[in-house]
Design a protein around this ligand. Structure first.
Ligand SMILES: [Zn+2]
Ligand SMILES: [Zn+2]
Length: 164
């Protein structure tokens, strides 16, 4: 049985990566720094060993969020990609940037002191599919899909495609 390598990248496709191995310690972090860095209520992360994390396209840009940690992102589109502690044998990859994010399931949480007080209630909110809400600020989901510049959830030989 062949196991597909774990791949991912940013939204625009300028930065792509591969993990030549498994990821470990999948978790979500609610700490205030991860909230800010993600622009979200939490950051989903898992460890990849330094030697097994390979940038296959482009270059990661960095912001040192403290003297001990730095956060890597795409300079072109802003997607958060990795988080690392200086000197650690591993870095953390953002699980939302994986090509197949549902393949890694978080099994613990960090930073729960900053967790949104209503975080546990989010799944009870009313919801619907993207297609069931056909207009978003005046553009239809079909129009948006027809002009989608997001990199697909797979490896590509060339990107962006000709004429884009
Ligand atoms: Zn990008
Ligand atoms: Zn955090």
């Amino acid at each position: 049985m062949t196991i597909d390598p774990i791949t991912g990248g940013c939204q625009c496709g300028a930065v792509r990566y591969r993990v030549n191995g498994e990821v470990s310690h999948p978790h979500i972090c609610h700490c205030r720094m991860c909230q800010k860095a993600a622009g979200n209520y939490f950051m989903p992360l898992a460890n990849a060993q330094n030697g097994e994390f390979i940038v296959t396209r482009g270059e990661i840009a960095w912001f040192a969020s403290s003297d001990f940690t730095r956060r890597g992102f795409c300079r072109d589109c802003g997607t958060p990609l990795v988080f690392e502690t200086v000197g650690a044998p591993h870095l953390n990859i953002t699980l939302g940037s994986l090509d197949h994010p549902a393949s890694v399931r978080p099994d613990h949480q960090y930073g729960i002191e900053a967790m949104m007080p209503w975080f546990g209630e989010l799944n009870e909110l009313p919801g619907k599919d993207t297609e069931d809400d056909p207009y978003q600020d005046g553009a239809s989901t079909a129009e948006i899909a027809a002009t989608n510049h997001q990199h697909p959830d797979r490896e590509t030989e060339f990107w962006p495609p000709e004429g884009r």
